[in-house]
Design a protein around this ligand. Sequence first.
Ligand code: ADP
Ligand code: MG
Length: 301
Amino acid sequence: MKIAILSQDPTLYSTKRLKEAGEERGHEMRVINYLRCYMNITSSKPAIVYKGKPLENFDAIIPRIGASRTFYGTAVVRQFEVMGVFTPNESQAISRSRDKLRCLQILARQGIGLPVTGFAHATEDIDGLIETVGGAPLVIKLLEGTQGIGVVLAETTQAAKSVIEAFRGLDANILVQEFIKEAAGADIRCFVIGDKVIASMKRQGAEGEFRSNLHRGGKAEKIKLTPEERSTAVRSAKAMGLRVAGVDLLRSNHGPVVMEVNSSPGLEGIERATEIDVAGKIIGYLEKNAVPGKSRDRIQY
Ligand code: ADP
Ligand code: MG
């Protein structure tokens, strides 16, 4: 097969591993900086031009779109879809997953376990908002945060009020969420491909830190999932329309709750922690499923 990896940086671990895994399996792999592509969107012959030449005859793409590049990145993915090229994650599914609120609303509709969550922009009724999630301690999140930045634990109602007021002053959209204390600073990353969890790891935050992000000093190790966690992860990816996804769960007293679903999950942490060839499994999925023109997104939100 001829496969394009859409990535801004060929030296990133995930990009290198995908290229390597594809080449090992005899495929022609090309890393394409999607920001440098331009498109002809006319209907007679839609095309994408990169380094002065049209990108032609690709069987599949692997989108690795940076969070801050969602707009242009998904436009390039969409153009490949128009050209009939297979993508495991379609442009719509990527856009959908980038909005934490939209993501939680879709999962809630499917009856998937979530932390109790409130959403607000500029409410006057801060007390009511805090009450919705059962009072302090609670977690406050900026809607557009990643890597743990913009996620705050407020231990008292007073602290929660000050933080919500501060965010309101910044004109930001915020989520207010029940604090899952029993997770004890750990979360679980489930790497889903198709309808299977192919690898999973537990990330534990640094001493005294409730956020488990590896970027915030968290440590990862492999973990065995319960059948309920497995099915929650698979159902979450499916609800979002993603066929490659990183589903993040917390172990709560009332079972697994989903925090977020990532459409470009990193490979480094999970491959190192589990010693599983995740890149090879993504290529394997393309080998089985990459049929031209198979655009299947049927999610309505
Ligand atoms: P980001 O997108 O910035 O990674 P997350 O929503 O994943 O934001 O939150 C970062 C980390 O904070 C999570 O990995 C988890 O360890 C912790 N965390 C987030 N929400 C909660 C919560 N409701 N209860 C307990 N811990 C949480
Ligand atoms: Mg996270």
